[in-house]
Design a protein around this ligand. Structure first.
Ligand SMILES: NC(=O)c1ccc[n+]([C@@H]2O[C@H](COP(=O)([O-])OP(=O)(O)OC[C@H]3O[C@@H](n4cnc5c(N)ncnc54)[C@H](OP(=O)(O)O)[C@@H]3O)[C@@H](O)[C@H]2O)c1
Length: 505
């Protein structure tokens, strides 16, 4: 983190929303705590309800206390609260943006913090309106730099993503645009490159010669909660695969970049997406599974079927689970499938990348390893971040019995609980102008190309059903079993008990 921290004004559009309360405010607090916010930086909270600065600061203190992993220290909070200003306006109100300009000018002359970050924590249907109003009021031009930040989803298909991108380009250049994929901000995801390219024991075996296949699981225990309006239009494929899961595929499969900078890294990731075999209609039938959770029980509590959730159409055909088999047609991965699965209301909350190695056949041990699992390298992204290596070992005793054992690296045990989490890291990177962890337009374009082919084929036919508290529908098992493989159940690593439940300091 050697880049110079510059003062800037972050204008949050949609500052009374869920994301601001749960993620952004705790992240700003952590940055303030770590002295990673410049003393002259400011946060302008743009939202539509009438309230004073004081009232807003009081409200966000409450939510920051609730959602921050850190215990709130009065002195640090006071420093942060003094940086926060509230601005009332509707996104559609041109005059409201004019008043915003006046406020920015006022704060800017006082503190010289004229650099601007426009953070769109707003419903995506307002993205283009906000950009147009920023432009109409000449807010994008300033004496310092200006940057704009987008949350997912970036469009709902390739066409809408292109249209949105064209609107943005009228006001901002690509180097000013920060498209967030918070998965990429997670420590263990960033660790993938170090794991792969800084270790002589892994780099030489990371290819089709030694790897049998890759499994990526992103499972959630929760249902869709109050996000029904959004979720029913998107579903698991667009909500999870188009962005987070394809980012994980790209980082796992990419070639080493020339340098560790934004341009080179993003170039290599795009090449992976370009190498993914496009789905034909027949492939969609054979290589994809979509399903929706039914009613059931989780931890002894009844849970609704998806179709009976709040704001969901009773006849909805939206998938809450998806499993895919991807083929990457390049030199390194030809013939090595990547199996992806993600869903809601599954057995447990877990995100893992599982690199499954080919079995080492030998006359000596073939008989003894028949029932063991293959060697695996498991990158556990959440909940307990770490890396596990599974290999075969002899069970103590006179007989030759071979079993699987695991060596676990626990990220938090080694480095402590206080590393920056995804949003903290991403907010910091925006202020120092580092786009490495953000999604480039090319990446968005190619991921929608892959996803659009699937959604087009899915227009006909119906989703299947799966039981909550399971690992998804039977069809997902069949998808991988027809290749003579199976999903490996995520296992709690040995260190999970060591980790304190309450990481508040
Ligand atoms: N929440 C998450 O975990 C999450 C995760 C990933 C991505 N995202 C993305 O982040 C963005 C924000 O999500 P969110 O969950 O925070 O949404 P949200 O809870 O619905 O909040 C939306 C915000 O926009 C404001 N707003 C809505 N219409 C407005 C208008 N016409 N004029 C002015 N303000 C208006 C709302 O104000 P009121 O309070 O007055 O309604 C609220 O502050 C979305 O793009 C979403 O897709 C969210």
């Amino acid at each position: 983190m050697e880049n110079k921290i510059e003062p800037c004004m972050t204008i949050i559009f949609g500052a009374t929303g869920d994301l601001m309360n749960r993620k952004l405010l705790p992240a700003f607090y952590k940055l303030e705590f770590e002295n990673l916010l410049h003393k002259s930086s400011k946060i302008i909270a743009f939202a539509r309800k009438e309230k004073s600065n004081e009232q807003f600061r009081k409200e966000v203190l409450k939510s920051t206390k609730k959602f921050s992993k850190l215990k709130i220290n009065d002195k640090v909070w006071k420093r942060l609260a003094n940086k926060i200003f509230y601005h009332q306006s509707e996104f559609q109100d041109v005059k409201g943006f004019n008043r915003l300009k006046t406020l920015i000018k006022k704060i800017c002359t006082k503190s010289a913090a004229c650099n601007r970050v426009f953070y769109l924590s707003a419903p995506p249907s307002f993205f283009e309106t906000i950009i147009a109003n920023l432009k109409k009021n000449d807010l994008t031009a300033s004496s310092g730099w200006s940057r704009i930040v987008f949350e997912k989803p970036f469009g709902h298909d390739l066409r809408s993503a292109k249209k949105l991108n064209e609107s943005i380009k009228k006001a901002f250049k690509e180097k000013q645009i920060y498209r967030i994929d918070h998965y990429v901000g997670k420590e263990l995801v960033q660790n993938l490159l170090v794991l792969r390219f800084a270790n002589s024991i892994f780099e030489p075996v990371w290819n089709k010669k030694y790897i049998d296949h890759v499994q990526i699981t992103v499972a959630e225990e929760l249902g869709i909660g109050t996000r029904g309006n959004y979720y029913d239009k998107f579903g698991a494929l667009k909500d999870m695969v188009q962005n987070h899961m394809l980012q994980l595929v790209a980082l796992t499969a990419m070639e080493p970049p020339v340098r560790l900078d934004a341009y080179d890294l993003r170039e290599e990731k795009v090449k992976v997406l370009r190498s993914i075999e496009q789905f034909t209609l027949k492939d969609v039938k054979n290589r994809t599974v979509r399903s929706q959770y039914g009613a059931g029980e989780i931890n002894g509590k009844r849970v609704n079927a998806y179709r009976n959730e709040e704001k969901i159409d009773k006849k909805s055909n939206t998938e809450t689970f998806v499993a895919l088999k991807l083929n990457i047609n390049n030199w390194r991965w030809e013939g090595i499938p990547f199996y992806l699965r993600t869903g809601k209301r599954l057995k447990e909350r877990v995100a893992e990348i599982n690199i499954v190695f080919k079995q080492n056949h030998s006359v000596l041990f073939d008989e003894y390893v028949k029932h063991t699992e293959p060697n695996m390298l498991i990158v556990r992204i959440q909940p307990e971040e770490g890396i596990s290596l599974q290999f075969s070992a002899k069970v103590p005793g006179k007989k030759m019995i071979v079993d699987n054992v695991r060596m676990d690296f626990c990220h938090e045990c080694r480095f402590g609980p206080n590393s920056l989490d995804a949003y903290e890291r991403l907010l910091y990177d925006i202020t120092i102008g580092d786009q490495t962890l953000f999604t480039s337009w090319d990446m968005v374009e190619h991921s929608w190309k892959i996803v659009d082919k699937i959604t087009k084929a899915w227009r006909h036919g119906k989703v299947s059903n799966y039981n909550p508290d399971s690992w998804g529908p039977k069809e997902a098992d069949k998808l991988i079993e027809k290749d003579g493989r199976r999903w490996y159940k995520p296992q709690k690593p040995s260190y999970s008990e060591l980790l304190q439940n309450d990481s508040k300091q």
